[in-house]
Design a binder for this molecule. Structure first.
Ligand SMILES: Cc1cc2nc3c(=O)[nH]c(=O)nc-3n(C[C@H](O)[C@H](O)[C@H](O)COP(=O)(O)OP(=O)(O)OC[C@H]3O[C@@H](n4cnc5c(N)ncnc54)[C@H](O)[C@@H]3O)c2cc1C
Length: 419
């Protein structure tokens, strides 16, 4: 043994891999290395509770310094790996920009994703920000007190969450979405429409089908966003949230197959059969029971980073474990809490369970008689029922589920009881 396991990327997936390995009793050296100058921290609250000042910096941290020391996980901050030399047996050396070298017996890539850049004039003006990491979030939060008008470009989860937070913080927010509906990549039309109505009602000015022509200056800073129809929306701050790209450069440089992420198998092993790749950077076989053969997915979620890291931890200890559970995701947007269970790809009909009086709203996605997924707004019971039914491969009969007064759990239980 020369270097043990080197995990590049010390965020959700890297941390989960290191902690899962120790939980499995793996005793070898583990180096958890990242290029940020912070202790490993969780990202989700950066656009939500933390931005709004509801929680402290400390509460974002994954683990205490004592945990890392006790579990002999060597956490290395502020080192960016720029080159890797790897042998066929999986061992090698990673070279950091600083000149430091990190030898390893096995390598894990948990390098995540980076924001897709907007390619229009004016994006480099001061006051045009992205939101992926703690430094981005610190800059955004520091600027908020001096800002009145905010334009958010991108109506995906991060754009909407940040828009909702900034609105709650008293800013005047316009959100621009290029598509005809919000979060079109992740939810169906009913959920998009519900989110649109809700966020408009809270005061966010949402422009759909918006084509950004350029970002215009005011003095030497950002001053507004010009749309293709000639309108100029005033902005003291522009936040761009137009998706992320997986960081595959290191993987490609050592010859690993990549295609919208590092291609891995069911055990999180890359194409060389020894390196693992986990989290937002990995492209994996669709883990949902009953998924079409050969179907692949790349998730951008905490749940996936944790589950895939567990699978990878087994693989690194010579055991095989299938991806457990059903993919799920959450997005808190102001007072609205969206939870998504399963993957709706390939659905052919939907069912809406709406309880306006209690602010609950769920959309269930079916293919034929089979439930595939659900988007649940402020409806944790529906979310848990669908997640459980998917995990147990139960049916949630469409007609029975259509009664919003009937708990979904009882619908699934009925079938199990009779079947
Ligand atoms: C603002 C925000 C809100 C979010 N909200 C939610 C939510 O509500 N629910 C949810 O499920 N998910 C949410 N997500 C997504 C979730 O945070 C990600 O899915 C998760 O962080 C992925 O973890 P990861 O470890 O795979 O990648 P990342 O978190 O991207 O971490 C990768 C790490 O590797 C480092 N790195 C990259 N290249 C190198 C290199 N060459 N050398 C050294 N280090 C390197 C990066 O700097 C980074 O620290 C949110 C994300 C953001 C940004």
């Amino acid at each position: 043994m020369t270097g043990g396991l080197l995990i590049i990327g010390s965020s959700q997936a890297g941390v989960s891999l290191a902690t899962s390995l120790r939980a499995l009793g793996h005793d070898g050296p583990i180096t958890l290395l990242g290029d940020e100058n912070h202790r490993p921290y969780q990202r989700p609250a950066l656009s939500k509770e933390w931005l709004q000042g509801e929680i402290t910096n400390e509460s974002l941290m994954f683990r205490t310094g004592e945990y890392w020391a006790e579990h002999r996980i060597d956490v290395v901050k502020n080192e960016r790996i720029i080159r890797i030399a790897k042998q066929d047996n999986g061992s090698g050396t990673a070279h950091a920009m600083s000149g430091r070298e990190f030898p390893f017996d096995r390598l894990a890539l948990a390098v995540g994703a980076r924001p897709r850049r907007l390619l229009v004039d004016g994006v480099d003006l001061p006051g045009v920000l992205y939101l992926r990491n703690a430094d981005d979030a610190l800059e955004l939060k520091a600027r908020v007190p001096d800002v009145h008008d905010v334009v958010v470009i991108g109506g995906g989860f991060i754009g909407i969450e940040a828009a909702a937070s900034l609105t709650k913080m008293g800013r005047s927010v316009t959100l621009l979405e290029a598509a005809p509906r919000l979060v079109a990549r992740a939810v169906g039309e009913e959920t998009s429409a519900y989110l649109l109505d809700h966020h408009r009602a809270t005061g966010i000015d949402i422009v759909l089908d918006a084509v950004v022509r350029r970002i215009v200056p005011r003095g030497d800073r950002v001053g507004g966003v010009e749309l293709a129809d000639g309108r100029v929306l005033p902005a003291d701050l522009v936040l761009v949230g137009v998706g992320v790209l997986p960081n595959t450069e290191l993987a490609e440089s050592i010859g690993l197959e990549c295609d919208n992420g590092v291609r891995v198998d069911e055990s999180a092993l890359a194409s060389d059969g020894v390196t693992v790749a986990v989290g937002d950077c990995a492209n994996l076989p669709n883990p949902v029971p009953g998924a079409p053969p050969g179907d692949r997915v790349r998730f951008e979620s905490v749940n996936n980073a944790i589950e895939q890291a567990k699978v990878a931890a087994y693989a690194l200890t010579g055991r095989r474990e299938e991806y457990a559970g059903i993919p799920w995701f959450w997005s808190n947007q102001g007072s609205l809490k969206l939870q998504i269970a399963g993957l709706s790809h390939g659905y052919d009909r939907t069912l809406v369970r709406s309880d306006p009086a209690r602010g609950k709203y769920s959309v269930l996605y079916y293919r034929g008689a089979d439930i595939l997924a659900a988007d649940c707004v402020n409806h944790p019971l529906d979310f848990m029922a669908v997640r459980a039914a998917l995990a147990k491969r139960q049916h949630l009969p469409y007609d029975a589920a259509a009664d919003p007064a009937r708990p979904l759990k009882s619908v699934a239980a009925d079938l199990a009881g009779t079947g």
